[in-house]
Design a protein around this ligand. Structure first.
Ligand code: BGC
Length: 445
């Protein structure tokens, strides 16, 4: 009963958020202006050979703390190299694209695509925009730029469908990280936990010391989904984790049930005001020493170092989420060329730039991510970045559900709603049933 009330309320909330987001998009500059008309489908021959004037509208959700600095640095550098191209920064606020994805969907629907937009490699790109026939293939661009051996094959696969490449990865974020406050850990004689048992032992100690063990900000529900997916990876291991999305393993399996039980127990250690906080506010609790640990993607590292000016391994430490050592929850932000944009050549210039070593090494140290290219310069990255670059090479990669790579967007929306209800109600059966229903509804079974 409660569930239906919750879901109705949530549905209304999301509908409202969508309307709000759509309004705010109007303000953030959905207008492309002053560009010259370029012919569609013309081949790009690299950033030096083809100069295109016009404008590029860059659509993302990188606004505000921990998100914006990297994008602005990228835009500045692009403008230096291409003063003839106007850049329109059409970012729509909201972590993990909470609002941006809805705004994008209505624009794509109305045949008003941005010049280029942030999209995660994996299902979000391939089962979403590519399957809907909304994207141009970029094989020629990859060939012309000599990129085929500059990006890891696994990453190229994440942005490809049926032999065609559809977007340019600008970064790689890691999703299975615990960030912890080093001072709080030291003062309490604690070691970062590697297993679930250790996690709960550390959480108990932190609680005794009057520190919130685990900070959560699930004002936007994806943050809780991200914890659940990491617990699922730890319990199931990569193969079975992947089977959740391919349909070979049901949510109603003893293994996944065990993951939900562990997730449920973790939720007994979170801050009371979790529903009022966003991801930055939750990370801030760790930065301030009010909480011991935060489970987050490493955009939190960007927030710590770029915005709060903390130092990796001094002010904060990190470790993989329990029992995921050797596994890497991969989240790649990519940009493609939508069909029917006003200035395709200017967009291609931007994409050529985005895939360059210089652009990647400008953006990623600020953003907290590692470069998508294999030939980037490790000396540009701090200890966290260098270690993560090494880990990436040696790890098993798994796609993130919370960030759109593992399963279709419609499933993710329903999963976020179900997890959000679960955080307050703690009904294991109900969560499992909701996930299973959503999987059937989205042809994952
Ligand atoms: C994106 C990151 C972003 C994070 C928080 C993720 O989905 O991939 O680039 O920092 O959301 O907004």
């Amino acid at each position: 009963m409660k569930r239906h009330k919750g879901m109705t309320w949530l549905a209304l909330f999301f509908a409202f958020a969508l309307v709000l987001a759509a309004c705010s998009s109007g303000e953030t500059g959905g207008e492309e202006g002053g560009g010259t008309e370029e012919s569609n489908g013309q081949e790009t021959e690299g950033s030096e050979s083809t100069e295109s004037s016009g404008s590029v509208e860059i659509f993302s959700w990188w606004t505000g703390a921990g998100e914006e600095a990297g994008l602005l640095a990228l835009i500045d550098l692009f403008q230096e190299q291409h003063p003839e191209i106007e850049v329109v920064n059409a970012a729509v606020a909201g972590g993990a694209g909470t609002n941006a994805k809805a705004v994008l969907a209505s624009r794509m629907q109305a045949d008003d695509p941005p010049g280029t937009f942030q999209v995660h490699g994996g299902s979000e790109l391939n089962d979403g925009w590519v399957a809907a026939d909304k994207m141009e293939p970029l094989n020629d661009l990859f060939e012309a730029e000599g990129w085929m051996d500059k990006f890891p094959q696994d990453l190229i696969d994440l942005v490809s469908k049926d032999g065609n490449i559809y977007s340019v990865p600008v970064n790689i974020h890691r999703g299975n990280v615990i960030f912890y406050n080093t001072k709080v850990f030291e003062e309490n004689g604690l070691e970062p936990p590697t297993t679930f048992d250790e996690f709960f032992a550390v959480a108990e100690e932190l609680k005794k010391a009057g520190v919130t063990p685990l900070s959560l900000g699930d004002k936007e529900p994806w943050t809780a989904t991200q914890i659940l997916e990491n617990v699922a990876l730890g319990v199931l291991g990569p193969d079975k984790y992947n089977q959740l999305w391919s349909g070979e393993l049901k949510f109603d399996s003893p293994e996944f049930r065990e993951a939900v039980d562990i997730f449920n127990k973790m939720l007994t250690y979170i801050n009371e005001d979790h529903a009022a906080r966003n991801w930055q506010d939750a990370a801030q609790l760790v930065a301030d020493g009010e909480a011991g640990m935060n489970i987050m993607g490493d955009w939190a590292k960007g927030y710590f170092t770029t915005d709060l000016e903390l130092t990796a391994n001094e002010d904060f430490g990190w470790i993989e989420t329990p029992e995921t050592d050797g596994e890497f929850m991969v989240i790649t932000d990519t940009f493609g060329l939508p069909k029917n944009v006003e200035n395709p050549d200017a967009v291609k210039q931007f994409l050529s730039f985005l895939g360059s070593v210089e652009a990647q090494d400008t953006f990623n140290p600020l953003k907290g991510s590692i470069p998508a290219r294999i030939d980037a310069d490790p000396s540009k990255y701090d200890e966290y970045g260098q270690e993560t670059m090494e880990d990436f090479k040696d790890s098993v990669l798994t796609p993130s559900l919370a960030h759109g790579s593992a399963a279709p967007e419609g499933f993710l929306t329903q999963a976020n709603q179900a997890v959000n209800v679960f955080v307050t109600q703690g009904d294991v059966d109900q969560l499992i049933q909701s996930l299973e229903d959503a999987a059937s509804a989205h042809n994952m079974r």
